[in-house]
Write a protein that binds this ligand. Structure first.
Ligand code: DX5
Ligand code: ZN
Length: 219
């Protein structure tokens, strides 16, 4: 399966976002990961629609929007209209899962279902035929710069096996604590879209860092 790196702008220099995006483009980063937090679903508040709108104007990059908000269905259309190419929302949120998937698809964009570390893999199986991607949180959602939770590897393996069993080609994205030390194990477990914030943005050479993630180089 093709592997992709999605850069989490949560770790970018917000006052210099335009140049940060240019750097991502020049470094061959595949997608831009946009973390929306509402202070209710998670204990943090980040950014939302006006910032996404500006980001959309600044780049043609694929915009991978991760909604960590209490009632995502209410905002699906707005995020799609403001430029999202894919919307991930949490199965643990209060919105009806199938209705939210349908609302995203009705906007003509890709839909992904996100799961927190404590949520069992089995809970998402019945939705697999309807989604483009599963987002497996490899840290507790809320903040960048946390350490990877190794117990999530089993969930990645289980979901990848289920996807194969169903004859699907659904992407698996991993988010949290992904760096050159953890990339190898998540790829081996079956992930193919790697979100990275602090590791990528602190790298001396972002292109080399992104290649190390895709190749799963242990260094
Ligand atoms: C955490 C966010 C992540 C975060 C990843 O809730 O969903 O996207 O920015 O950051 P790192 O790569 O620093 O763990
Ligand atoms: Zn995220």
């Amino acid at each position: 399966m093709d592997k992709y790196v999605s850069a989490s702008v949560l770790s970018a220099d917000m006052l210099d976002l335009g140049n940060e995006i240019k750097k991502l483009e020049k470094s061959g980063i595949d997608m831009l990961h946009f973390d929306v937090m509402d202070g209710i679903f998670v204990n943090n508040i980040t950014f939302g629609l006006p910032v996404l709108q500006q980001v959309r104007k600044a780049t043609d990059m694929f915009l991978d929007v991760h909604l960590m908000i209490a009632d995502p269905i209410r905002y699906v259309k707005c995020f799609a209209d403001f430029g999202a190419d894919l919307i991930s929302f949490h199965i643990e949120s209060k919105s009806d899962t199938l209705e939210t998937i349908r609302a995203i698809k009705d906007c003509g964009i890709k839909a992904a279902l996100a799961v927190k570390p404590a949520t069992p893999a089995e809970e998402i199986y019945k939705y697999l035929p309807y989604i483009d991607m599963v987002l497996i949180m490899t840290v507790e959602p809320g903040f960048g710069g946390q350490s990877f939770i190794p117990e999530t590897l089993e969930k990645i393996r289980d979901v990848r096996n289920k996807i194969s069993e169903l004859g699907l080609d659904t992407d698996i994205e991993v988010d949290g604590g992904i760096n050159s030390k953890t990339a190898n194990s998540v790829i081996k477990a079956g992930a193919n879209v790697l979100v990275s914030g602090s590791y990528l943005f602190s790298a001396e050479d972002m292109r080399i860092a992104a290649n190390a993630l895709r190749e799963g180089t242990v260094c």
